[in-house]
Structures are given as structure tokens and as C-alpha cells.
Design a protein. Structure first.
Length: 95
């Protein structure tokens, strides 16, 4: 089984869409940058027939400073979640 990499997608775009290497790379970079920007703004991203990306916040967590014994609240980082489309779940064998 092989992995799908950014370079694989660029090569596929070159072949299928007839784009050059630079154009394919730029197109893919713009696409990923737009997804990142939308997630930073808190938007949900949905691709029909594929799935959706969403950002969830983990909230605050209490931690104890070992050296001083002081308890502090720390804001946990956000997480990106991906949920597969139901149609995709049925079409792919996940065994």
C-alpha cells in the first residue's frame, strides 16, 4: 500500500488537468491555505461526497506547578476533526 503525498497530487494534476508543475503546486498550496484560513476563523468545511472538517476547542485544564504547588488554568489547543461522509464509509472497506 502506498501513501498519497502532496507530490502525488501535483503529478496527478499535471496529467489530468494539463497544468505545469508550478501551477499545480500553487493550486494545491492555495487550496490548503484556504482550508487553514477558514478553520482559523472557526468555519466548518464540507466536501459533498467526501467529508467535513471542523475545529473543536478543548477548553481549559487545571495543572499543578510541581515546584511551587500552585494550581493554574491553562487553555488547551484546538483540535481539527475530520468526519467521513456516510457514502464514503460504505464504499471503503475499513477492515
Amino acid at each position: 500500500m502506498s501513501n498519497l503525498t502532496k507530490n502525488c497530487i501535483i503529478e496527478h494534476l499535471k496529467g489530468e488537468a494539463g497544468l505545469g508543475s508550478g501551477e499545480s503546486a500553487e493550486l494545491l498550496n492555495v487550496f490548503f491555505q484556504e482550508i487553514e484560513n477558514q478553520l482559523k476563523e472557526g468555519a466548518n468545511i464540507k466536501f459533498y461526497g467526501f467529508g467535513s472538517f471542523s475545529k473543536s476547542s478543548a477548553g481549559k485544564r487545571k495543572i499543578k506547578n510541581i515546584s511551587t504547588g500552585e494550581i493554574q488554568e491553562v487553555l488547551m489547543p484546538s483540535k481539527i476533526k475530520f468526519k467521513r461522509n456516510k457514502k464514503q464509509n460504505r464504499s471503503i472497506n475499513w477492515q
